[in-house]
Design a protein around this ligand. Structure first.
Ligand code: NDP
Length: 395
């Protein structure tokens, strides 16, 4: 009876719960646990109404390894899906090691006091996971996640050599708020306000945050300005795409969003350095998060589409070749299907497919792995069937 334990009941956690529930052959039992149990219960009610399945709920503080170990021992899952926050990655991996349970996440570890998201902390678990005979699959969301699998497909099936990769992420949607973030505000703002970074000619190049942009014609959305950011899949793809000369990541932002972000930054509200306020220590960005809309609450009435993909250039049979492998996802359609906006959906669907790959032993190898280290074909076949059709555009 394969059983999965999902940790985190935000926008992404809701989608993972729905998609696992909609696939009873693979996910026979589902437990959803998070810091606030009422959020798990609300998702369980919705899953019961829409998918006709019961899921069990629990409360856990995933920062506390002993508490998670106790929950895992009660539930005895075959796999733990971490869709809480990147801060919980290491404590949850420790709990999985102690209980010998497989692990999957969608975002790499970040220490609370430095906005640095890098894989070395999680890669350092490789030997311990291998020795314990358990598997960790890192970054099984959209970007990272599907973008890594698109690159693996290009590497293995479409090109003889890959020279450059540009990952392009556009949200062409409108949620009607002057300023809101589509996933956890604290994590989102930490990501955008740090220095930009890309890899070229064998080394990392650092640039000032948001200082390079390009206009790209996104299928399904149209022309949008995208800004160069550092993003975690660059770090693993550099390791796993031989011969690569350059890889960059770009994300679109509207003028309204950028103006708000600049003003909030200027007044110090995006800082992660604690300040004294009326006798309390507070982190300005955490205070700002408390004021901003919950990403899951944006879903109702959200219109427009996301368009995310990999622009890959290289050679095939001696000739230059360029493709854009991408998915287009509609906010209103994802709301109809699982009551979520497209950013949560494009993350939660690949998390549930990664989990299916592991539970069915299609992808299973003790150790700590990134998505592009496995055969892309079975994952991509399920991606299209599960609501995220993908396309290869020759350019
Ligand atoms: P939300 O903020 O909506 O949800 C986070 C959830 O985690 C909340 O339910 C929160 O509980 C819970 N949580 C936080 N801390 C703890 C803790 N210590 N113990 C237990 N539960 C905890 O975020 P999203 O759903 O938007 O994002 C979830 C994850 O997905 C993030 O890591 C994000 O970086 C990642 N992501 C990945 C993407 C990709 O493409 N790879 C894209 C988008 C997101 P509470 O309600 O109590 O705060």
């Amino acid at each position: 009876m394969p059983k999965v334990l999902i940790i985190g009941a935000g926008g992404v956690g809701g989608v993972v719960a729905h998609k696992c529930a909609a696939n009873p052959d693979v996910f026979e039992q589902i437990v959803l646990a998070s810091r606030t149990k009422s959020k798990c219960d609300a998702i369980a009610d919705q899953v019961k109404q829409m998918q006709g399945r019961e899921i069990t709920t629990a409360r856990v503080d995933a920062d506390d390894v002993a508490e998670t170990v106790e929950l895992i021992e009660q539930v005895r899952p075959d796999l733990l899906i971490n869709v809480a926050l990147p801060y919980q990655d290491l404590p949850l991996m420790d709990a999985c090691l102690q209980t010998k349970v497989d692990y999957l996440d969608t975002a790499n570890y970040e220490p609370k006091d430095t906005a640095k998201f890098e894989y070395h902390w999680q890669w350092a678990y490789r030997e311990r996971f291998r020795d314990a005979g358990i598997m960790a699959l890192l970054g099984s969301g959209f970007d990272p996640g599907v973008t890594n699998v698109f690159c693996a497909h290009a590497r293995d099936n479409l090109f003889d050599t890959i020279d450059t990769i540009d990952i392009l992420d556009c949200n062409g949607g409108d949620h009607g708020h002057a300023f809101a973030t589509n996933f956890n505000p604290e994590i989102n703002i930490r990501e955008i306000t740090q220095a930009g970074r890309y890899w070229e000619g064998g080394e990392w190049v650092e640039i000032e945050a948001m200082s390079q942009d390009r206009v790209f014609d996104f299928p399904g959305v149209g022309e949008r300005k995208a800004f160069l950011l550092y993003h975690e899949e660059l770090e693993s793809l550099v390791e796993h795409v031989p011969g690569l000369q350059r890889i960059r990541f770009w994300m679109t932002f509207g003028e309204e969003y950028l103006t708000h972000l600049r003003v909030l930054g200027n007044v110090g509200l995006t800082s992660i350095d604690p300040i004294e306020f009326q006798g309390h220590k507070i982190v300005p960005l955490q205070f700002l998060k408390a004021l901003l809309p919950d990403p899951a609450s944006l879903a109702e009435g959200y219109t427009g589409k996301t368009s995310i993909g990999c622009l890959i250039a290289g050679h095939k049979d001696g000739k230059p070749k360029e493709v854009f492998i991408h998915n287009i996802c509609d906010h209103a359609e994802t709301y109809r299907e699982v009551r979520a906006q497209a950013v949560s959906y494009t993350t939660g669907v690949p998390a549930s497919i990664g989990a299916e790959m592991m539970l069915t032993r299609t992808w299973h190898e003790p150790g700590v792995w990134n998505m592009e280290q496995f055969d892309s074909a079975p994952f991509l076949a399920r991606l299209a069937e599960c609501g995220l059709p993908w396309h290869v555009q020759e350019r």
